[in-house]
Ligand binder design. Structure first.
Ligand code: TXA
Ligand code: MG
Length: 357
């Protein structure tokens, strides 16, 4: 837990136009005042992120009363008035929590933070220290995930420190490891028509349907090309993202050898993630290289909470290849499957070239 003095210092840093790295329940974020264009430019520069990839605004209810009783309409008023009945159902069911919603933005919301789009993404984090900081700050705070653009997101203060060791004026609060471990689910409601899922996360479309009756559509379910073009720019939707520098591949059940065939060098050192529920790979499963097995949880929630930690730990010079098992079918695995597939695509020594195109 952080002392109030440290939280007050973080609030002051935000007011002074500084950057603070801080955990939310999902991943660590790089926080900055959402009303200060200079520091918003600094967020983009620090991450190395193109300025047309919009940021999420984080808000908290002003007091620590029963969260189920919060009236979010006045809290959202300075950011959006685009609140349909479905939107309010989602807000009341899932805020505070790991659900980000995309709205048509109010004129006063800085174009610098929305990448020039007429929409704004907003979430209300559940993390108690994040809430305390937001309450004391009394305003909106932007926070992208605290990692260099296209790279693996981070879930511990030590990793953030290592990633940004050259950013000397970055204040880093150690709020422990993040519980959920992958970024929030994003639902885009800005078309005013259908709720669309640009980024899967821990909160799934079935859970949304069950709790609110709102149907959520996958972007590819939108029929017209025009609708696809209208989908906002979203860096998490780049084919290559969340990527380690060491090549990463997925293997189908029992097919480690196939995945290794791309790397025939007998001296290759390969980290093979195996389900903790299964006995280890058979001897002849990895003749062609030196393989070491690392167990990964076969429960989707536990897997998500350790995914970035494992990728980061394995992304070290000692390994030539990282193999992960393909996540099983099923919606509860969609969030990690999405991150792993993009991480594979962008992985390898030339990954930054890939990502920045
Ligand atoms: O869990 C999270 O969501 C973390 C924590 C720190 O809040 N944040 C996060 O931010 O993942 P970032 O910037 O790394 O990813 C936010 C995603 C980006 O892919 C961005 O393009 C999308 O949200 N986004 C932001 N504003 C948007 C908008 N107006 N329309 C559509 N997508 C938007
Ligand atoms: Mg990110």
């Amino acid at each position: 837990m952080q002392s109030s003095a440290v939280i007050n210092e973080a609030v002051q840093t935000l007011r002074d136009g500084g950057l603070v790295a801080f955990p939310i329940e999902t991943v660590y974020g790089l926080w900055a005042d959402a009303k200060n264009p200079q520091v918003i430019h600094k967020v983009f520069a620090t991450k190395g992120r193109p300025s047309n990839h919009p940021l999420i605004v984080h808000l908290a209810a002003p007091d620590r009363f029963d969260q189920a009783q919060v009236d979010w309409v006045p809290i959202l008023a300075p950011w959006t008035r685009d609140l349909s009945e479905d939107t309010l159902k989602l807000i009341n069911a899932f805020w505070p929590g790991s659900l980000t919603l995309v709205f048509k933005k109010d004129k006063s919301v800085l174009n610098d933070l929305t990448g020039g789009q007429d929409t704004v993404a907003i979430r209300a984090p559940a993390h108690p220290i994040a809430q305390e900081l937001l309450r004391k700050f009394k305003g909106g705070v932007v926070a992208p995930s605290a990692n260099r653009f296209g790279k693996v997101s981070l879930t511990s203060a030590a990793d953030v420190r290592a990633e940004f060791e050259d950013v000397l004026d970055l204040m880093i609060l150690d709020g422990g490891d993040c519980e959920i471990g992958i970024e929030s689910t994003i639902i885009d409601l800005s078309s005013g028509d259908k709720a669309v899922l640009p980024r899967p996360g821990a909160i799934t479309p079935s859970e949304i349907l069950a709790k609110t009756g709102v149907n959520v559509y996958q972007p590819n379910e939108l029929k017209s090309d025009e609708a696809m073009e209208d989908l906002p720019k979203i860096s998490g939707s780049l084919k290559a993202h969340y990527a380690p520098t060491t090549p990463l591949r997925l293997y189908a059940p029992g097919r480690v050898l196939d995945a290794l065939s791309e790397f025939p060098d007998i001296n290759s050192r390969v980290a093979v993630a195996v389900w903790d529920s299964e006995s280890s790979l058979s001897e002849d499963g990895h003749r062609s290289a030196h393989c070491e097995e690392i167990e990964v949880p076969s429960d989707s929630t536990a897997f998500a909470s350790r995914l970035y930690r494992s990728l980061r730990d394995l992304d070290q010079p000692g390994w030539d290849l990282i193999l992960f098992p393909e996540p099983p079918a099923g919606e509860k695995w969609d969030g990690v499957r999405d991150r792993l597939q993009r991480a594979c695509f962008g992985s390898g020594p030339s990954s930054s070239g890939h990502v920045n195109t």
